[in-house]
Design a protein around this ligand. Structure first.
Ligand SMILES: Cc1cc2nc3c(=O)[nH]c(=O)nc-3n(C[C@H](O)[C@H](O)[C@H](O)COP(=O)(O)O)c2cc1C
Length: 351
């Protein structure tokens, strides 16, 4: 299968298999506050991931590029939406442009459309230091995402089968690349042990990209003759993974993604300890089904609603929101309890 055919398969099957709503957000409820003492017009959405300043805590996660004209158009429209709404944005894996110069423009368009925005480069953990430098340079990136996707590769008919040496390569990248490195999952979540290992390797941020949204087990199963159905229910739900990462983190920044679709999901992800929340499949679906204008409107609505939610909670800033009391129940609570995490501190804290 050619790389560009694969890119298009992923987009089509991501839309077709959709979002599963299994990320655990339904298990999280904010504690209502009758006297919030806030005003909507004073709410601040800006946030920092380390030294990276984002005008809003939402960004568009890595999806595409390298699949010719169709992926060029998707990246152009995502970049325009990011520019018009002040969101950060990651491009999809740039390996195809490193292997085939003819695909470079499908990524470069993102910087061209959004010269002043926050943009992340993206490569797999097989990347060499030279490749990483080239990917960053290609789009004058503000950071580099390195994606982890062992389960996707194992399900992918033509995927990798050897995952040795990943942590060492990531450590080398963290030592040699002069933009911040974000290590991200691709919909299977990260445990606190993984986050700890990445923190020791010198990584700046993790994007847990948990289970419950886009499902690459399901997507790759559509592409293979003999399915591996067990990988469709495999992974750490986003809510659990954000809490595990935030618990473990001493200095590493935590980004939430995996099944995020609404302002309320974003508010919950931030309150659980993330500095920012990233959306992939859901924004892609809005873009492809409803068009670029609809995507911009959706993002603006989401930002407005997030400010409304913060007003109700008495949270003027994202930092305040990270202290909002909330209750974790059901499957997410059970999971966290079994992992030795005391969820009471979330329910008994205050802003
Ligand atoms: C069509 C498609 C292509 C993707 N390609 C990449 C990629 O190239 N690199 C990467 O790190 N993640 C990639 N992802 C994964 C997303 O960045 C994200 O981690 C995952 O989809 C979970 O988030 P979601 O539920 O909001 O979609 C892709 C997702 C989709 C839907």
């Amino acid at each position: 299968v050619s790389r560009s055919k694969r890119k298009w398969d992923h987009i089509e099957f991501a839309i077709e298999t959709g979002q599963q709503r299994g990320s655990g957000f339904e298990d999280v409820k904010f504690l209502h506050r009758s006297i919030p003492d806030t005003s909507l017009d004073t709410i601040e959405l800006k946030t920092k991931i380390g030294e990276l300043v984002l005008s809003s805590p939402i960004f568009i996660n890595a999806m595409t590029g390298g699949g010719g004209q169709k992926t060029l158009e998707i990246n152009r429209n995502l970049a325009i939406a990011a520019r018009e709404t002040g969101l950060g944005m990651a491009v999809g894996s740039q390996m195809s442009a490193l292997k085939n110069q003819g695909e470079k423009h499908t990524y470069e368009v993102v910087r061209k459309e959004n010269p002043d925005g926050i943009i992340f480069a993206n490569l797999g953990s097989e990347a060499t230091v030279e490749q990483a430098k080239e990917a960053v340079k290609m789009i004058a990136a503000d950071g580099l995402q390195i994606h982890l996707n062992a389960v996707q590769e194992l399900t992918m008919p033509e995927g990798d089968r050897d995952f040795r040496g990943v942590l060492q390569r990531i450590e080398n990248l963290a030592d040699s690349i002069d933009v911040p490195i974000i290590v991200k999952e691709t919909g299977f979540g990260m445990s606190m042990e993984t986050v700890g290992a990445l923190e020791s390797a010198g990584v700046f941020a993790v994007d847990v990209s948990g289970y419950g949204g886009t499902n690459f087990g399901a997507i790759e199963n559509r592409r293979r003759a003999k399915s591996l159905p067990f990988f469709e229910e495999w992974g750490i739900p986003t809510v659990v993974s954000v809490v595990e990462a935030a618990e473990r983190s001493k200095g590493i920044q935590v980004i939430a993604s995996g099944g995020i679709q609404s302002s309320l999901d974003i508010a919950k992800a931030l309150a659980l300890g993330a500095e920012a929340a990233a959306v992939a499949g859901y924004f892609l679906k809005v873009l492809l089904k409803e068009g670029p204008e609809a995507l911009i409107e959706k993002i603006n609505n989401t930002k407005e609603e997030l400010a409304v939610i913060m007003t109700a909670l008495g949270a003027r800033t994202v930092k305040d929101l990270q202290n909002a009391p909330l209750l974790i129940s059901g499957h997410a609570w059970h999971w966290l309890e079994q992992r030795g995490i005391d969820t009471k501190k979330y329910s008994q804290r205050s802003i």
